[in-house]
Design a protein around this ligand. Structure first.
Ligand code: ZN
Length: 147
């Protein structure tokens, strides 16, 4: 399979970045993190509200490139409502998606997030795609550290 820059910025990725889901800040939250990706200039703030070991609300803000914004929109939409242990598994799956090969079953598990798979052909953009996933992992650690 071959990729070019047009594939990387497929319409669906651009749409996710331009009309992001779960964008903003939470008034009711019990964890928050801010992560930077200096290689691109992306800044991501992630708020979460956890209850009964589940992520019951999530929102992101900040600014960055199309890939980082699309990834944050897709990630938040995907993990909302999941249990903490499931989210940790999703983080590992997404990391493998853009650095390695996944089985079809694993890809099915990631849902719409697999549209970012093309990023693996562009090593300079991998940090943009993984920023949101590092953020959700740190958000969980932040929350668990308070308990
Ligand atoms: Zn970026």
């Amino acid at each position: 399979m071959s990729f070019n820059l047009t594939d990387l910025y497929r319409e669906s990725i651009v749409e996710a970045a331009q009309a992001p889901r779960h964008h903003g800040q939470l008034t009711k939250k019990n964890a928050s993190v801010e992560l930077h990706n200096p290689s691109c200039g992306d800044v991501l703030v992630l708020d979460g509200y956890f209850k009964d070991n589940k992520l019951v609300d999530v929102a992101f803000s900040g600014y960055g490139c199309t890939i980082s914004q699309a990834s944050a929109s897709l990630m938040t939409d995907h993990v909302l409502g999941q249990e903490i242990s499931e989210i940790k598994n999703e983080v590992m799956l997404f990391s493998s998606l853009i650095t390695d090969e996944l089985s079809q079953a694993q890809k099915d598990h990631l849902g719409d997030c697999i549209m970012l798979e093309g990023v693996k052909e562009f090593p300079a953009r991998i940090k943009c795609a993984t920023l949101a996933w590092k953020a959700i992992y740190q958000l969980i650690e932040n929350y668990e550290g308070q308990k």
